[in-house]
Design a protein around this ligand. Structure first.
Ligand SMILES: [Zn+2]
Length: 368
C-alpha cells in the first residue's frame, strides 16, 4: 500500500527482540551502568534464550547484532550437569553467549538485565551491604547474593535464592553488580531505574591533580595525562587511594586492570618516574602518583579505560568508614586463570577468556 513507510517489526518475536536491542543500547550507553563489554541482557522467547554475545558491547546493540540464540532446555540441562551446550552454528560464527549465560538461564522471568552499576557496586563491596540496603530497597523483592565466580557457581547461588523466594526480581551480586528481571522489557527497565534511584550515591569532590608533574611525565615518557578529569581522584583523593591500595574489589577490576597498579610516591624525581614506568610497570594500563594524580599507558585499550572510569566512580562513592570486602587471592586467581577450568566444565564459554595479550601490548582481551 504505502511502500515508502519504514518497515516495522512484524511478529511478536521481532517486536520483543527489537525492544531488547533498544533497551540494551540505552543501558549500555550509560557508563554508570555498563563499562565496555560487561553487562548483559536477555529475553526468553518460545524456548530460545536470546542473550548478549560474549565480547559484544551492549552500547552497540542498535548498530550490530549483539544477541545470540541459545536453546533454553539444553542450556538448563547444561547448567545442571555442566555438559556441552554450544551449538555448531554458533561456534562456526565464533559468536558465543556471554560467560554469564548460566545466570540468565536459571532465572525464570522472560527479561533479565545484568549491569555493573557503579552505585550498586559501591554497596555490594561493603561488609554491611545487606544491612544498609534493607532500608533503601524496602518494599522491593530483592536478595543479596554472596560473591560467587561468574558462570555455574553464580547461577547456583541465584538458584538457591530464587528457591527461597520465587518472586525475587532484584539481585544484588556481592562484589559484582546488579540483576533485575521482568516479564517484558519495559517492566525490567522500569525496575532497573527504580533500583538505581534508590541506590544512588553522590560522588565525593576530589582535590585537583598536579598538572605540572603529570604533564612532565607525559612529555618524557609513553604515559599520558588523562582526558577524563575524575580519574585523578584515584591519586588525589585520600579515601579512594586507600581503597585502591586494599586490593581487588570486583572481577572486572582484576580482568582489565590487573591485581595491582604502579603506585609512585609524590616525591620521586621525574626522571625516576620515567625509569619506573618503562621498567616492570610498563604494561600496566595506568599508574597512580600519590597526591598528584593518574597517568595512563598510551597503549591502554578502550575497555581498560571504561573499566578504570567505572572503578573511580565506585571508590568516589565509598565512604572512608565503610568496611569493605575485597576478593581474596583464590577468588582473583580463579577469575584470571579460571579459563581452562571453565572451558572444561562449561564448553559454551571455551575461549571466551583468552589470556593476556603479548607482553607489552597492554591488551586485555577477556570478555564478559
Ligand atoms: Zn557481571
Amino acid at each position: 500500500m504505502n511502500k515508502a513507510q519504514p518497515q516495522l517489526p512484524r511478529t511478536r518475536h521481532e517486536r520483543e527482540l527489537a525492544a531488547l536491542r533498544e533497551l540494551s543500547a540505552r543501558v549500555g550507553s550509560d557508563p554508570l551502568l555498563v563499562q565496555a563489554s560487561n553487562g548483559n541482557t536477555s529475553i526468553k522467547l518460545d524456548g530460545i534464550l536470546w542473550i548478549k554475545a560474549s565480547g559484544k558491547w551492549l552500547a552497540h546493540a542498535s548498530q550490530e547484532e549483539v544477541l545470540v540464540p541459545v536453546e533454553l532446555a539444553e542450556a538448563r540441562e547444561a547448567v545442571e550437569h555442566g555438559t556441552e551446550i554450544a551449538k555448531p552454528d554458533v561456534l562456526k560464527n565464533k559468536v558465543r553467549p556471554s560467560i554469564e549465560t548460566a545466570m540468565h538461564v536459571v532465572l525464570t522471568r522472560r527479561v533479565v538485565i545484568h549491569v555493573h552499576s557503579v552505585n550498586t557496586i559501591a554497596w555490594a563491596i561493603r561488609l554491611d551491604g545487606p544491612q544498609k540496603l534493607k532500608e533503601r530497597l524496602d518494599g522491593l523483592r530483592w536478595k543479596w547474593i554472596p560473591y560467587a565466580t561468574s558462570g555455574i557457581p553464580l547461577a547456583q547461588e541465584i538458584e538457591k535464592a530464587v528457591a527461597r523466594a520465587q518472586q525475587t526480581d532484584v539481585f544484588i551480586l556481592g562484589n559484582h553488580g546488579l540483576v533485575v528481571c521482568g516479564d517484558d522489557c519495559l517492566t525490567a527497565e522500569k525496575l532497573l531505574c527504580e533500583v538505581e534511584r534508590r541506590l544512588a550515591i553522590a560522588p565525593r569532590p576530589f582535590p585537583q591533580p598536579d598538572a605540572t608533574v603529570l604533564g612532565m611525565i607525559a612529555r618524557l615518557s609513553r604515559w599520558r595525562f588523562p582526558d577524563f578529569d575524575p580519574l585523578h581522584a584515584l591519586g588525589t583523593d585520600e579515601v579512594s587511594l586507600k581503597i585502591l591500595k586494599g586490593g581487588v574489589l570486583y572481577p572486572c577490576q582484576a580482568i582489565f586492570l590487573g591485581r595491582t597498579m604502579p603506585l609512585l610516591p609524590p616525591t620521586l624525581a621525574v626522571s625516576k618516574f620515567r625509569e619506573r614506568l618503562s621498567g616492570k610497570d610498563r604494561t600496566s594500563p595506568f599508574a597512580v602518583v600519590e597526591r598528584r594524580g593518574v597517568v595512563l599507558n598510551e597503549r591502554m585499550t578502550s575497555a581498560q579505560r571504561a573499566t578504570l572510569i567505572g572503578l573511580v566512580q565506585v571508590t568516589q562513592r565509598t565512604e572512608e568508614s565503610a568496611r569493605l570486602r575485597y576478593l581474596n587471592g583464590a577468588e582473583v586467581e580463579k577469575i584470571l586463570n579460571g579459563g581452562a577450568y571453565t572451558a572444561r566444565r562449561i564448553p559454551w564459554t571455551a575461549g571466551t577468556f583468552p589470556r593476556r595479550g603479548p607482553p607489552g601490548s597492554g591488551e586485555q582481551t577477556r570478555q564478559r
